[in-house]
Design a protein around this ligand. Structure first.
Ligand code: IFM
Length: 707
């Protein structure tokens, strides 16, 4: 299968997208797949997991560190770098088997050809390390100057986040020492260079950069190389550690670090790669999805979770959404349960903030942050979208009304316990968390005078285009699940009786005569405009479809799987006819404007054994970062970056859907439903402390315990 994805030419319109699809990471830092000579205008980012900052009056977001890989060359005094100079040929890409970004560019100068090439990686064994090698060769004798060092001009959406910057050299290491604006967290990058050839060396500072200048007369056809050991540190002593770590890594040397990188990635792939005989393209797609999940896994830090746009930048404030528990967690449950546990612990730690948020809105229990940053702080703004017409911020109600977030957190815990058998997290805080979430939903319930049903009003379900609706099917079913889980944890008593009563009486919307369940009260009375009609009403390509006056808001057109998500999760409670009727009805009304949508349709089709109908959804969810064209704007707000939830959804479609795996009481069962051309699928996964190899072909499969 193809482990390398690449661009075979330079295209200025793809700079930002390439930065995302060629993203590197190791869970502590994400480094966008941008070229060595790029700066903030080309969306370069060394994104730091778990370090957030707020500049007064702007959104709080994760911090991008100064870029220590910044490099460009001059040939006979002229700069040769992209995007300003047309190359004769250019290639850039990602070897995701090894987690290595590479580029090769040929420039034609008035006197001959000059080729530069480089590769870099975020080290998978050392959370703070980025390594790079850079080569230059000319086919004529010329003077070359290489400038390489740290660029402190940072691409920020809501910055600048770093202040009190000091750029200096100490013991041969270039250092950028800074602190964040809000909490004054020290952030530093260090850079040590190993040069393989004789040259005149100087350290210079220009604009916001500290750079080595390497000057030499290049001999015709000789390759000149150097190696960089770059460190990214946070917290007290960051600058000192950036220096000492850079020196240590320099001592280890590039080759050893490179071999280690290849070997740890190799081991990691041995444990989790998916092999598909018969369709190499799908094999590449699913493993690329797994790569996107591996690079954001918090393997080094115990208090982190996974941001909705991974470590690809500052979109969505680097925050953790329901994406983690409902879409992403499953990969870690069956491949890296330690990471899964970290994701759960992050939420347990966030319980304090969730209780405060519930109080703030006048509820009991725990109302989790819709956009959760460190310590569960809710970064979601009351004005999440800008109106493209007036330029005004639009009041959105995601923070106040997406109450389904608390249920997602509970759902994640239940899945974790089922997959790992590890119940210790209950006494470590998860039991309290579940009960507090049940209290929250209990305090949301409303009863009409003459009804014996309990309703939930004024919420936003997964479909964000319809705000402040009553009795959203997904929300009510999830709340019911929370009551059920809380009941299991409680002894007889007042609280337990209350939740039993809630469980029994919560209103769950029912199907109409055609078997279709309204997404919320009154949904069927909304204008039944087609997607095309709604699209044709758009006046500005960036305009937001939801909110008070959005083109979709007062129609039945929805942003993303909502009823379908509910039915996917609770399919066993509905007849096949109902599942089919809802898939049909909502499919033509769903924009799939969120990357979280396709996989839910695919999964539900697979529950119905509709493999051919499911397959296009697999294609869509597994290529969310492999094809250009995802949504980049919500109003005037930039929302580009990677899509880990779509990647996690592809993994779920693979294991639960095509392989039909279910995990019950320590046993794995299989129900193969492979697409026509998939002759055989092989996967390894972990379940309750053991490692299994699963091989399926046609309608048959074997599951062997191998460790
Ligand atoms: O969590 C999602 C939400 O469902 C749709 N908007 C984007 C969020 C982050 O992915």
């Amino acid at each position: 299968m193809e482990w390398i994805i690449k661009a075979e030419e330079f295209d200025p319109d793809k700079v930002e997208w390439n930065g995302t699809r060629f993203l590197l990471g190791n869970g502590r830092i994400g480094v966008r797949g941008t070229l060595d000579e790029y700066g903030k205008d080309q969306c370069v980012a060394v994104n730091m997991a778990g370090v957030y900052d707020q500049v007064e009056g702007k959104w709080r977001e994760p911090v991008n560190a100064p870029n220590p890989a910044y490099t460009y060359i001059l040939v006979d005094g002229e700069r040769y770098s992209l995007p300003d100079r047309e190359p004769a040929s250019h290639q850039e890409g990602l070897d995701f088997k090894k987690g290595i970004f590479f580029r090769k560019t040929l420039f034609i100068t008035p006197r001959g050809r000059v080729e530069i090439s480089s590769e870099r990686f975020c080290h998978y064994s050392y959370g703070d390390l980025i390594c790079m090698t850079y080569h230059v060769r000319a086919d004529f004798n010329c003077e070359i100057e290489i400038y390489t060092g740290i660029d402190n001009e940072i691409w920020d959406l809501n910055g600048p986040h770093l202040k009190n910057t000091r750029l200096y050299e100490e013991d041969g290491v270039l250092i950028s020492a800074n602190e964040t604006q809000e909490k004054k967290i020290p952030v530093a990058t260090g850079e040590k260079i190993h040069v393989d050839f004789r040259c005149e060396r100087q350290v210079i500072q220009e604009n916001d950069k500290i750079l080595h200048r390497l000057t030499f007369i290049a001999e015709k056809d000789r390759e000149y190389s150097f190696y960089k050991f770059m460190t990214v540190e946070k917290g007290p002593g960051a600058a000192e550690r950036a220096k000492s770590a850079a020196l240590d890594f320099y001592e280890k040397g590039y080759e050893m670090l490179y071999l280690d990188q290849v070997s740890v990635w190799g081991k990691s792939w041995d444990e989790s790669r998916v092999e598909i005989k018969g369709n190499e393209e799908d094999e590449t797609r699913i493993n690329y999805c797994i790569y996107q999940l591996k690079i954001l896994a918090p393997r080094f830090d115990k208090d982190l979770s996974v941001p909705a746009r991974g470590l690809s930048g500052q979109t969505y404030k680097g925050a953790v959404f329901w994406d983690t528990e409902m879409f992403i967690l499953d990969y870690f449950l069956y491949s890296d349960p330690e990471v899964a546990k970290t994701l759960i612990e992050y939420r347990i730690k966030g319980l304090k903030g969730a209780k405060i948020k519930a109080k703030e809105y006048g509820y009991e229990g725990a109302f989790y942050a819709w956009e959760s940053q460190e310590d569960g702080f809710d970064a979601c703004s009351d004005y999440n979208v800008t109106d493209v017409f007036s330029g005004r911020d639009m009041r959105t109600f995601f923070r106040d009304k997406q109450v389904h977030i608390s249920a997602a957190v509970v759902f994640g815990i239940i899945k974790y316990i089922k997959a790992t058998g590890d119940t210790t997290i209950l006494k470590d805080g998860a039991d309290e968390l579940i009960i507090e979430c049940a209290k929250f939903y209990d305090s949301l319930l409303l009863k009409k005078v003459h009804s014996d049903k309990y309703e939930i009003h004024d919420v936003i379900g997964p479909d964000e285009y319809h705000e402040r609706v009553n009795n959203n099917l997904y929300t009510n079913l999830m709340a019911k699940m929370v009551f059920e889980e809380a009941i299991k944890l409680l002894e007889e008593g007042e609280l337990r009786s209350r939740f039993e009563d809630d469980y029994k009486h919560i209103f769950i919307p029912t199907p109409n005569k055609d078997g279709v369940i309204p997404q919320f009260d009154g949904y069927f009375s909304l204008e039944d405009a087609t997607l095309d009609e709604v699209r044709s009403r758009i006046l500005n390509p960036k305009e937001y479809w939801g909110g008070a006056y959005g083109v979709a808001s007062w129609t039945q057109v929805i942003k993303q799987a909502d009823v379908v998500t509910a039915l996917e999760l609770f399919a066993q409670e509905y007849d096949r006819d109902i599942l089919k009727a809802n898939l049909d009805y909502y499919q033509s009304r769903t924009e799939h404007g969120s990357s979280l949508s396709a996989c839910m349709y695919g999964l539900l089709h697979l529950q119905l054994d509709e493999v051919e109908k499911a397959y296009p959804f697999f294609e869509k969810t597994s290529t969310a970062d492999l094809v250009q064209g995802g949504k980049q704007w919500a109003g005037n707000i930039y929302i580009g970056g990677s899509h880990p939830a779509a990647a996690g959804g592809a993994y779920q479609m693979m294991i639960y859907g095509f392989l039909g795996l279910s995990f019950e009481d320590g046993k794995i069962s299989m129900k193969p439903r492979l697409p026509k051309d998939w002759e055989e699928v092989k996967i390894r996964l972990k379940y309750r402390g053991n490692v299994y190899e699963i091989i399926e072909e046609g309608k048959r499969g074997t599951c062997t315990k191998i460790g």
